[in-house]
Design a protein around this ligand. Structure first.
Ligand SMILES: Nc1ncnc2c1ncn2[C@@H]1O[C@H](COP(=O)(O)OP(=O)(O)OP(=O)(O)O)[C@@H](O)[C@H]1O
Ligand SMILES: Nc1ncnc2c1ncn2[C@@H]1O[C@H](COP(=O)(O)OP(=O)(O)OP(=O)(O)O)[C@@H](O)[C@H]1O
Ligand SMILES: [Mg+2]
Ligand SMILES: [Mg+2]
Lengths: 221, 221
């Protein structure tokens, strides 16, 4: 499903280069449930953004379902991002001036889903993350963990075949965190691929494979 | 040091009231090191913002060092916030367009510290959170955990007598999290008061007292 060959990501900052990823080669099969771990600053979010087609590598190749992602047209990429991929961002990226429910509806709007159906799907997603009573709140009227759960609901609402979740339980108590993992397991049970960045050992233990990063390289797999 | 009497925080939202805090009465002595825990949405950040003089209760009294905070003048409050209190926000609140080092300098600028001295103190704070090599990066050129550490450095740079840290290790791997707790312990060893909101049991275990919230009330202390 996913194959990377010597992926590098280098940020040029005046005289100094920051090498966020230094030659990542990975293969991920369809239907895997894996965790990416590593110290703060080791390149996890950078890697996730490239795998999720939100960023491009400086060097190296990324093949998604056999296709070289760098050769895809903009509209093909947009379709992949909207229909195939769900992404929970480490910093949530919610629209601040619209209520939680509308934030969750966004992927369905882009997918051209009709108003009645998307309202039903969005409400269902908000309910499974336990936020039914908060769905009309805007993000700044929500707690940190509630915002994180809105971001999760938005990422799963169109039943993505690949879910990327960047530290999805960092703001959650252990009970809420377990509930989120149950949602991910349920998605996984329907043959979807789940990739979770986490610092939490108890979350990583629930996955089938742990990839460890350090200083932009894979040190364990 | 801190005494609250039946603190309530109610958000009016059209027809429905959200009762974020429902009668919190607490006493905290000078020099304590305590944790506040509880489910997502239970009122922890709301309580922290009131204790940190960043928000006011709807009902109830808050006495800081014997003074009723609601009766203080604006300039007295500003002085307390700048000189006595350090605050690590759950969502960091860094200035996006200025480098990490400058973000850390901000409390010192407000305190009227001279350029040479504040540069020295800010660099020292950046160094103890392990970000010396990233101090010229802007927040959007940093990882999630690096931003969190900048927020921590800014909160401790003027040696506050009361440190409020709202989920300071949520984006950190366990090693970085332990290093942050070492910084807090060192601050505590100099007779300062440390109040940490955390979902992490291993962090809470390092404190002397755990206050548990649920649905806006204290359920354990
Ligand atoms: N401005 C607001 N308007 C309406 N409701 C609010 C507002 N701010 C917070 N709330 C609600 O108050 C409750 C408590 O919020 P708070 O941020 O204190 O929770 P928390 O314990 O810090 O949660 P978390 O662990 O998720 O950070 C939440 O249910 C939230 O939805
Ligand atoms: N736009 C940028 N310009 C320069 N350096 C960057 C930029 N974005 C990220 N970096 C650097 O690249 C490194 C990797 O960042 P990344 O966000 O992938 O780390 P991470 O493993 O997700 O960390 P965390 O666990 O703290 O979230 C970091 O050291 C960071 O400072
Ligand atoms: Mg990250
Ligand atoms: Mg909070």
């Amino acid at each position: 499903l996913i194959k990377t060959e010597e992926i590098w990501k280098v940020y040029k900052m005046g005289k100094v280069d920051v090498e966020a990823l230094r030659g990542i080669s990975l293969e991920i099969e369809k239907g895997e449930f894996l965790a990416i771990m590593g110290p703060s600053g080791s390149g996890k979010s950078t890697l996730m953004n490239i795998l999720g087609c939100l960023d491009t590598p400086t060097r190296g190749e990324y093949y998604l379902e056999g296709k070289d992602v760098s050769s895809l047209q903009d509209d093909e990429l947009a379709l992949i991002r909207n229909k195939k991929i769900g992404f929970v961002f480490q910093s949530f990226h919610l629209l601040p001036r619209t209520p939680a429910l509308h934030n969750v509806e966004l992927p369905l709007i882009y997918a051209g889903v009709g108003k009645k159906e998307r309202n039903k799907l969005a409400e269902k997603a908000v309910e499974i993350v336990g936020l039914k009573e908060r769905m009309h709140h805007k993000p700044n009227e929500l707690s940190g963990g509630e915002r994180q759960r809105v971001a999760i609901a938005r990422a799963v609402v169109n039943n993505p075949s690949i879910l990327f979740a960047d530290e999805p339980t960092g703001n959650l108590d252990s009970k809420s965190g377990e509930e989120i993992m149950e949602i991910f397991k349920e998605l996984h049970s329907r043959q979807n691929t789940i990739i979770v960045v986490t610092h939490d050992q108890s979350i990583a233990k629930m996955t089938d494979r742990i990839i460890k990063l350090k200083d932009g390289e894979v040190v364990d797999d």
